[in-house]
Design a protein around this ligand. Structure first.
Ligand SMILES: Nc1nc2c(c(=O)[nH]1)N[C@H]1C(S)=C(S)[C@@H](COP(=O)(O)OP(=O)(O)OC[C@H]3O[C@@H](n4cnc5c(=O)[nH]c(N)nc54)[C@H](O)[C@@H]3O)O[C@H]1N2
Ligand SMILES: Nc1nc2c(c(=O)[nH]1)N[C@H]1C(S)=C(S)[C@@H](COP(=O)(O)OP(=O)(O)OC[C@H]3O[C@@H](n4cnc5c(=O)[nH]c(N)nc54)[C@H](O)[C@@H]3O)O[C@H]1N2
Ligand SMILES: [Mo]
Length: 696
C-alpha cells in the first residue's frame, strides 16, 4: 500500500460467485473508488481473464439501485414498497419480533434461515450467520438446492467430492464434457480443454442441447434428458464385453465388480439406445473410444443431476474410470467437484456444537411446502420468521407459485439481507443493506480447482451497507444472545478456519494469502488422487457395491433410475405435456445475480425458450413469436427461438430471470416442481414436462 492518497492501488481479491472457477481478481482503486477489475494473470486458473459477468462487477457494485440503507415495508407483501430506516430502527424492530417468536409457545424453531451461495466466501457465506442461528436455536436449513444429488453420487462411489485435477486436463487423451455447459458455467476450464485438444485429444459433449460448448466440441451426443446412467451402464457393458477393462486396477482398488458386471449385462446397446435416444452404434463407438484411451478426463457437472435419478447418474458415470483404470494417470478420471480437498476447519467457524439437540432440519428445496404446511412437513412449529441472505428464493426456488404464496403470508415475518431489491425483497418486512465483495474481507476455497484465495476489501462499504457477518453480530447483540463466539471478528474466524490439522492445508496460511492472494493446496502437481486407490469410501475402494446405499434401502449397485416425469413412466402426463424443459444458466447471468445489470440484461435480450424446428412447426410456432410455457403447476411467457441444435421433445429456457423483470411477472420456476432427487434430497429443475403454445 502506498501513502500517496491520490495514487492508484491494486487490491487482490477473489470472485465470490457460485462457480467452479473462483477467480483471483485485481481491483484498481483510485481515491477510494474502484475503477477497474481484472483477472490475475499469474493465477493458473484465472489466467488473466474474467467472465462476461464479473467483468461487470464494478457496475454491479456501483449500480444506482444498490440497497444502501435499511428498508422497512410500507405496502402489501409482494409490492416492494419500502421506506428508508436507520440501522437502529431496523435492528430494534427485527430483534423485538424474533425475540417474541423465540419466547412464544412456538419457540426459536419457528425461525428459519434461508441462504445459499450468493457469495461462496467462508465468512460472508457460512460463518457468523451459522453461529447466530445455532445459539438462537432456529431451525436448521438443508442446503440442497444445487449439488447434493451429485455429491451423494460421488460420495457413495469414490467417497468424497474429489476427482481428477482440472489443471491436469491438458494431459488427457480424451475429454468428455458430460452435462456441463463449460463455456458458460466453468469458462476457465476451457483453455485446459483446448490445450488437451492441441495435444491430440478429441472432445465430446453429452448434452440434450447443442450448447455453445457443444458447438466447439468435436462431437455432440444429444442424449435424452435424465438418461445418463443408462448410457454409462451401456458403455460398461461394451467395455466388459470387449475385454477393455483394467483387471489389475479392478482387483486392487474396487469393490463389487461381479455385481457391476451382472448389472451392466442388463444394458446392451439396443436397450440403452431405446432409453437414451442415442444410436446403438454411437454408444458402442463412444465406449470403444473411451476404452482405448488411457487417461480420459470426464468433466461432469451439475446439469445432469437435476433429475429424479440424478444421484444414480453421477454414481454410474463415476464408476467408469475405475473400470478402465484411468485414475492411474494425471488427467484421467472423473471430476464433479474439488470441494472435498479443502479441509478448512469449518466446525471452528460455524460451531455446530451449539445447535440444541433435537433441532429440526428443513429442506430448502421444499420452501414452498415448508411455508405452507403448518408443521413445515417435518413436525414442529410453523415457520413464522424467515431470514434470507445470499439467496433469492422467489426467483430460484422450484415451484414459484407455492413459494410466493408462502412468502405472501401476512403472518410471516421476513428479513432479507441484500444488495438489490430482488423478487424476494418484494415480500420482505425488512431489507438490510449488505456489502459486496469489493467492500468486505473473505476467504475462498473452490469447487473447480485446488487454490484457496483471500479477498481483501478494496473500498469502504457504500452507504450504510454492512458485511453479513457484522449484521449477524449486531443482531445477536440487540437480541441479547450471549455467547463469546458471537463477538469474534472476521479476521479471527479466518485464523480459526486455517488452523486445520489436515496436511493438504499446510500451504494455506494467513501470511501466504496476505502476500500472494492465493495458494495451491499442498498436493502434488499434477494431482492424481486415486492413482493407487485410496478412495475415501469406508472400504477404501471405489464402491460399485455400496453397503451404505443398501442400508438406506437403495439399490447398492448403479442402475438407471428414470426421471419422475419420464414419458414412459407417466404416459398420461406426457400426452398433455410432451416437452422436457431444461432451464440451465444463461451466459450473461449467474443464477439470478447480474440479471439486473443493464448491459448483461440487454445481451440476454428477454426470457426465451428454444425448441426444435419440428416441435415448433407442430405447434404453429415461428422464430421470435411470444409463447406460453405451461404445465399443471404454472406458466410463464417467453420468446420462441427455433433452432436445430436441440433434441426434439426438449426445450431450453435459459435463466434465471427475475420474475418481476419477466413479461408476465413470473419466470421458469413457475413450472418446476418440488419433487426430489433419488439421493441428497435435491431439486429436479430439469425433470419438468411442459407444453408450449402461442401466446394469445
Ligand atoms: N454463466 C453462469 N455460470 C454459472 C452459473 C450461472 O448461472 N451462470 N451457475 C453456477 C452454478 S450455481 C452452477 S451449479 C453451475 C451449473 O453449471 P453446470 O454444472 O454446467 O450445469 P447446468 O448449466 O445446470 O447444466 C449443464 C448442461 O447440462 C445439460 N443437461 C441438462 N439435463 C441433462 C441430462 O439429463 N443429461 C445431460 N447429459 N445433460 C443435461 C444442460 O442442457 C446444460 O447445457 O454453474 C455455475 N456457473
Ligand atoms: N429453474 C432453475 N432454477 C434454478 C437453477 C436452474 O438451473 N434452473 N439453478 C439452481 C442452482 S444450481 C442454484 S445454486 C440456485 C442459486 O440460487 P441463489 O443462491 O439464490 O443464487 P442467486 O440467484 O444468484 O441469488 C443470490 C443472491 O445473493 C445476493 N448476494 C450476493 N452476495 C451477497 C452478500 O455478500 N451478502 C448478501 N446478503 N447477499 C449477497 C445477490 O445479490 C443475489 O440476489 O438456483 C437454483 N435454481
Ligand atoms: Mo448451483
Amino acid at each position: 500500500m502506498t501513502h500517496d492518497p491520490t495514487a492508484a492501488t491494486i487490491v487482490r481479491g477473489a470472485c465470490p460467485h457460485d462457480c467452479p472457477d473462483t477467480c483471483a481478481t485485481l481491483v484498481t482503486v483510485e481515491q477510494g473508488r474502484a475503477v477497474r477489475i481484472q483477472g490475475d494473470p499469474d493465477h493458473p486458473f484465472t489466467q488473466g481473464f474474467l467472465c462476461t459477468k464479473v467483468n461487470r462487477y464494478l457496475e454491479r457494485t456501483y449500480h444506482a439501485e444498490r440497497v444502501l440503507t435499511p428498508l422497512r415495508r410500507v405496502g402489501p407483501k409482494g409490492r416492494g414498497e419500502f421506506v428508508e430506516a436507520t440501522w437502529d430502527e431496523a435492528l430494534d424492530a427485527i430483534a423485538a419480533r424474533l425475540n417474541a417468536i423465540r419466547h412464544s409457545a412456538d419457540g426459536p424453531q419457528a425461525i428459519l434461515p434461508y441462504s445459499y451461495a450468493g457469495t461462496m466466501g467462508l465468512l460472508q457465506g457460512e460463518s457468523m450467520d451459522r453461529r447466530f442461528f445455532h445459539v438462537l436455536g432456529a431451525s436448521q436449513l438443508d442446503r440442497t438446492i444445487c449439488a447434493t444429488a451429485g455429491m451423494m453420487g460421488m460420495r457413495m462411489t469414490v467417497g468424497a467430492s474429489i476427482g481428477a485435477d482440472a489443471e491436469a486436463l491438458p494431459l488427457a487423451d480424451l475429454v468428455i464434457l458430460w452435462g456441463t455447459n463449460t463455456l458458460t458455467s466453468n469458462p476457465h476450464l476451457w483453455p485446459k480443454v483446448t490445450a488437451a485438444r492441441a495435444n491430440g485429444a478429441r472432445v465430446i459433449c453429452i448434452d440434450p442441447i447443442r450448447t455453445r460448448t457443444a458447438e466447439q466440441c468435436d462431437e455432440w451426443i444429444g442424449i435424452r434428458p435424465g438418461t445418463d446412467a443408462a448410457l454409462a451402464l451401456g458403455m460398461m457393458h461394451v467395455l466388459f464385453g470387449e475385454g477393455m477393462q483394467d483387471d489389475d486396477y479392478l482387483a486392487r482398488h474396487t469393490l463389487g465388480v461381479e455385481q457391476l458386471k451382472a448389472r451392466v449385462a442388463e444394458f446392451p446397446p439396443a436397450r440403452v439406445s431405446a432409453i437414451t435416444g442415442i444410436d446403438a452404434d454411437a454408444i458402442v463407438r463412444l465406449a470403444r473410444e473411451y476404452g482405448r484411451s488411457k487417461a480420459a478426463f470426464v468433466r461432469l457437472n451439475y446439469g445432469l443431476q437435476r433429475h429424479g435419478g440424478g444421484a444414480m447418474a453421477v454414481r454410474a458415470i463415476a464408476c467408469l474410470p475405475a473400470v478402465v483404470g484411468h485414475w492411474r494417470h494425471p488427467g484421467g478420471g472423473v471430476m464433479l467437484s474439488a470441494s472435498g480437498n479443502f479441509a478448512l476447519d469449518k466446525a471452528a467457524v460455524q460451531r455446530p456444537d451449539l445447535i440444541p439437540p433435537g433441532t429440526r432440519t428443513i429442506n430448502m428445496s421444499l420452501l414452498g411446502q415448508a411455508l405452507r404446511a403448518p408443521d413445515a412437513g417435518v413436525g414442529g412449529p410453523p415457520v413464522r420468521a424467515l431470514v434470507v441472505y445470499n439467496s433469492n428464493p422467489a426467483a430460484v426456488a422450484p415451484d414459484y407459485l407455492a413459494v410466493i404464496e408462502g412468502l405472501g403470508r401476512a403472518d410471516l415475518f421476513t428479513v432479507v439481507l441484500e444488495h438489490f431489491r430482488t423478487d424476494t425483497c418484494d415480500y420482505a418486512d425488512w431489507v438490510l443493506p449488505a456489502t459486496t465483495q469489493l467492500e468486505h474481507l473473505d476467504l475462498h476455497w473452490s469447487y473447480g480447482h485446488l487454490y484457496a484465495s483471500l479477498n481483501r476489501p478494496a473500498i469502504a462499504p457504500l452507504g450504510q451497507a454492512l458485511p453479513n457477518t457484522e449484521i449477524f453480530r449486531r443482531l445477536a447483540a440487540r437480541m441479547g444472545l450471549d455467547h463469546p463466539c458471537l463477538r469474534e471478528d472476521d479476521e479471527t474466524m479466518i485464523h480459526q478456519a486455517l488452523a486445520s490439522p489436515d496436511p493438504k492445508m499446510r500451504t494455506v496460511t494467513w501470511e501466504t494469502l496476505q502476500r500472494d492472494g492465493w495458494v495451491r493446496l499442498d498436493v502434488p502437481r499434477p494431482y492424481a488422487p486415486f492413482a493407487a486407490g485410496g478412495f475415501r469410501t469406508p472400504s477404501g475402494k471405489c464402491e460399485f457395491f455400496s453397503e451404505r446405499m443398501l442400508a438406506m434401502g437403495l439399490d447398492p449397485v448403479p442402475d438407471f433410475t428414470p426421471p419422475h416425469e419420464f414419458p414412459e413412466r407417466v404416459p398420461a402426463l406426457a400426452a398433455r405435456y410432451p416437452i422436457t424443459l431444461i432451464s440451465s444458466p444463461a451466459h450473461q447471468f449467474l443464477n439470478s445475480s447480474f440479471a439486473n445489470v443493464g448491459p448483461l440484461l440487454r445481451a440476454a435480450r428477454e426470457p426465451e425458450v428454444a425448441l426444435h424446428p419440428r416441435d415448433a412447426e407442430r405447434r404453429g410456432i415461428a422464430e421470435g413469436q411470444a409463447v406460453v410455457v405451461e404445465n399443471d403447476r404454472g406458466h410463464f411467457r417467453a420468446t420462441a427461438r427455433v433452432r436445430e441444435g436441440i433434441r426434439e421433445g426438449v426445450a431450453w429456457a435459459p435463466g434465471i430471470w427475475w420474475a418481476k423483470l419477466s413479461p408476465d411477472g413470473r419466470n421458469v420456476n413457475a413450472t418446476t416442481s418440488q419433487l426430489l432427487t433419488d439421493m441428497g434430497a435435491g431439486p429436479v429443475f430439469y425433470d419438468n414436462l411442459v407444453e408450449i403454445r402461442l401466446a394469445s
